[in-house]
Each structure stands twice: as structure tokens, then as C-alpha cells.
Design a protein around this ligand. Structure first.
Ligand code: UD1
Length: 428
């Protein structure tokens, strides 16, 4: 199994291309199931999760082509074409679904277009129980008969889905996406209240509208979707990855360096902007780029509570905690989205961090330095937080279980090495 070795202590300096957003690309790929025409996606990041979704779509009968170099979108990812004209199967087996929770996003499109689907309950990062009850209740409100048996969800709507009023008890990102897609092919109007407002939702809505859907209110709490009986193809560029951008901003700060993030303006850091500024980061926006680094001296302690967008993203919590381990003062980091998302804490402590868990909060007392150590993590963002800590630590850090990083960060060691980090991947 690959490992990443880092010799810490070099301030990052240089520029980094931000890849297309994984969390936007995955639902966009599932959207291909809504039409028999071709959906072309550009700026798709080259990641294990993207390959997993491609494998699942192929299994269903989608012709997936591409990952050729993308020149016209100006991004660093690839273009893929997804053609779901020949879908003959609506069965998504455990073996393909278990790798990734986002696989559940095929459920809504399949039942909407074909009137039935059988999809395994998903797996994904080990960051809590992560049920899909909101997806299922929403589809039931659109007229699907839902049964959960033997680890599978069976959804049926022989006469097709019909629009309905849905109020999500929690603004779930995935449930909002599944229901937007399903409602786009339902009869009549759907009103989705307490919808998630993440930029990835807006990106999906933009693509669905380009496919012929009628969606209003994406990016707000209340979405209205007028169903249609047929959607067409589209050509859509995936938005830049705001979580990746935030990760590199913090990587620059934790090393006392400064980097230029290319592929997104300041809006890309929006949800984290206030907290990053509190921590002492300086951001200079440019045209489609942003320069970010530590304004001076040492990082300052900043309290963080994770919340649905536009609050501070849970996907940046672990990285923020790594940054806070070296801050001047004491910070409290509270996780409200996932119940088990502090798995990086014991590993950061092994590197010399001073962190105490108090129920859903981590109390981080800044230390003067971290020391390198062999570490590992069991989810994507926890793993990258250890990379950040390793970049700042004295001596060598060995990050194991690198496959978690490959799920969500494209060419991580290349991007960091290009900014002066002493980092390499070693096989075996
Ligand atoms: C998406 C992101 C993930 C991010 C998360 C929160 C993708 C592919 N993944 O995940 O990186 O961390 O948003 O910003 O976009 N929940 C339920 N029942 C449900 C659905 C969710 O209880 O039916 C709970 C989950 O267990 C979790 C919380 O709601 O505690 C947030 O989940 P959700 O917003 O659905 O996240 P995902 O779409 O899975």
C-alpha cells in the first residue's frame, strides 16, 4: 500500500491549480441517468471516487468515455461523456456501491426514468452512521414505494413519480441532490423546503436546467422544480473544488508560506473566509485566482463550528484543526454535521499536538511545534489534515493508507512538491 513521506519545515511558495470539485462531479455524473442523450462534463477531477462512480454507471449500462485532456475549460481535469441511452439495468450491487456513499445518488434518477431501482445501501468514509433516510422519505413523498431489504433499497414507481411538497428535517446535501434529480422527471411541481444551499447544489441545478429541467431557487432554502417527461443532453464544466482550495490555503498558512490558488476567485473560499482571516491569513484576490498566506508571525486561535453552507464546512474541519495545533492560544472546534469526525485527533496528538475532546468539541491548545511521526487516518479529510501537520512538523512524517487521499485530492504530492514541499509517494 502506498505511503507519503514528508520532510517538514519548508514554507510553501508557488501556485496550485484547483481541480474540479469532486462533490459537484459525482452528482453531475449520476444526472446522466436522467436522459438518453449524451451528457458531457468538463473539468472532472481524476480521482478514485470519480472512477468508482464511472464503474457503477458502466455496470448500469452507461457508455462512459473520456478523461482526455481538457483544454477549453481552462481547468486541469478531464472531459467525460456519459451516454445512458443503453441502460438496461437498474440494479446497483453492494460491491460497487459500498466504496462510496455518493453511489446512492443513482437511486433518484433511476427510479424517475425507469420506474424502478434496486440500490445497495452505501458505505463511504468511516465518519459516522450516515443513514439515507432523508433520501428515501423524499422519494416516497414523490410517490415511490420504498422497501429496504437485505441491505438494498428497492424503489418502485410504476406510473412514474409525481411532484410533491418535501420539507427536509435537515439540509442534507445528498438528499437535496437526489430529490432535485428525481423531481426533474416527475409529473407536476415539487417544492423542496430546507434544501441544502451548497455551491455544488447550484452547479447541479445549472446542469439540470441546461438539460431542460425547470428549477428555481437553487442555492436558497426553498427550491421549486417543475417536472418534465423528458430531459436532454448538455455540456457542462464542473465548478472548482472549494474544499481543495481551503485545504491549500491552510497548508500555506501552517508552513508560514504563501501560495497562489488558480481556478477560482475569492468566492471559492467564501464559507471559510471569515475563520481564515480570524486565524491571521491574508488573502489577495485576483482574476480567477487568489493569493493566500500567513499575514505575519504565528497563526491565531480561532473557534470554529461546522454547519451546512454557508457555515464553516465540515470537510475543512480536520485541516482547520491541524492549523490550530500551532496557533497562538486555545481554540474550540465543534463538529455538528458528523458524529464521528475527530479521528485525526489521536494522530495529531502523536505528532505533539495538545487536543482534548469534550463531547462534540475539540479543545486545541496551540503548541510551539509538531514533530514528524508515522500516522494514518481512516477518512479523506482526516488524512489530509495529517499531510498539513507533516508539512509543518520537524522531521519526517509518514502518512499511511494513502488511498483515502486519492479519493479526493488529485496529484496531491505533485501539487505540494511544486510549491517546495519535500514530499514523495512510496509504493509497497
Ligand atoms: C456531502 C459531501 C461530504 C460532506 C457532506 C456535508 C458529497 C459527495 N459529499 O455528503 O463531503 O461532508 O455533504 O457537507 O457531496 N443524514 C441523515 N440522513 C440522510 C442524509 C444525511 O441522517 O438521509 C445525516 C448524515 O448522517 C450526516 C448529515 O446528515 O450526519 C450530513 O449529511 P449530508 O449533508 O447528506 O452529506 P452527504 O451528502 O453524505
Amino acid at each position: 500500500m502506498d505511503r507519503i513521506l514528508i520532510q517538514g519545515g519548508t514554507p510553501l511558495s508557488g501556485s496550485i491549480d484547483i481541480s474540479g470539485a469532486k462533490n459537484a462531479a459525482l452528482p453531475l455524473m449520476a444526472a446522466c441517468l436522467l436522459t438518453e442523450e449524451t451528457l458531457r462534463l468538463r473539468n472532472v477531477p481524476s480521482l478514485v471516487d470519480i472512477s468508482s462512480m464511472a464503474r457503477l454507471l458502466r455496470q448500469l449500462g452507461v457508455a462512459v468515455e473520456g478523461m482526455e485532456e481538457d483544454t477549453d475549460a481552462g481547468g486541469v481535469g478531464g472531459a467525460i461523456s456519459l451516454d445512458a441511452a443503453g441502460v438496461g439495468d437498474t440494479f446497483a450491487p453492494y460491491d460497487l456501491v459500498r466504496r462510496m456513499r455518493a453511489s446512492i445518488l443513482v437511486l433518484g434518477p433511476l427510479v424517475a426514468r425507469f420506474g424502478e431501482a434496486r440500490v445497495s445501501l452505501p458505505g463511504g468514509c468511516a465518519i459516522g452512521t450516515r443513514p439515507v433516510d432523508l433520501h428515501l422519505a423524499g422519494l416516497a413523498a414523490l410517490g415511490a414505494e420504498i422497501a429496504v431489504e437485505n441491505g438494498y433499497v428497492r424503489a418502485r414507481a410504476a406510473q412514474g413519480l409525481r411532484g410533491g411538497a418535501i420539507s427536509l428535517p435537515f439540509a442534507s446535501v445528498g438528499a437535496t441532490e437526489n430529490l432535485m434529480m428525481a423531481a426533474s422527471l416527475a409529473r407536476g411541481e415539487t417544492v423542496l423546503a430546507n434544501a441544502a444551499r451548497e455551491p455544488e447544489i447550484v452547479d447541479l441545478a445549472d446542469c439540470l436546467v441546461a438539460m431542460g429541467a425547470a428549477i428555481e431557487g437553487a442555492g436558497t432554502e426553498r427550491m421549486m422544480i417543475q417536472g418534465t417527461d423528458r430531459l436532454g443532453g448538455a455540456d457542462h464544466a464542473v465548478i472548482a473544488d472549494r474544499i481543495e482550495a481551503g485545504t491549500w490555503a491552510m497548508a500555506a498558512a501552517i508552513t508560514g508560506g504563501c501560495v497562489e490558488l488558480k481556478g477560482g476567485g475569492p468566492a471559492i473560499l467564501q464559507a471559510a473566509l471569515g475563520k481564515l482571516a480570524d486565524a491571521g491569513l491574508k488573502m489577495e484576490p485576483g482574476d480567477g485566482r487568489i493569493r493566500v498566506g500567513l499575514a505575519s508571525g504565528r497563526v491565531r486561535a480561532s473557534d470554529v463550528v461546522t454547519e451546512p453552507y454557508p457555515g464553516f464546512p465540515t470537510d475543512l474541519q480536520a485541516q482547520m484543526m491541524a492549523l490550530m495545533t500551532l496557533a497562538e492560544g486555545c481554540s474550540t472546534i465543534t463538529e455538528t454535521i458528523f458524529e464521528n469526525r475527530f479521528m485525526h485527533v489521536p494522530e495529531l496528538c502523536r505528532m505533539g499536538a495538545d487536543i482534548r475532546i469534550d463531547r462534540g468539541s475539540a479543545v486545541v491548545s496551540g503548541v510551539s511545534h509538531l514533530t514528524g511521526a508515522p500516522v494514518m487516518a481512516t477518512d479523506l479529510r482526516a488524512s489530509v489534515s495529517l499531510i498539513l501537520a507533516g508539512l509543518a512538523a520537524r522531521g519526517e512524517t509518514e502518512v499511511n493508507r494513502v488511498y483515502h487521499l486519492d479519493r479526493g485530492y488529485e496529484r496531491i504530492e505533485d501539487k505540494l512538491a511544486a510549491c517546495g514541499a519535500v514530499i514523495e509517494r512510496v509504493g509497497g
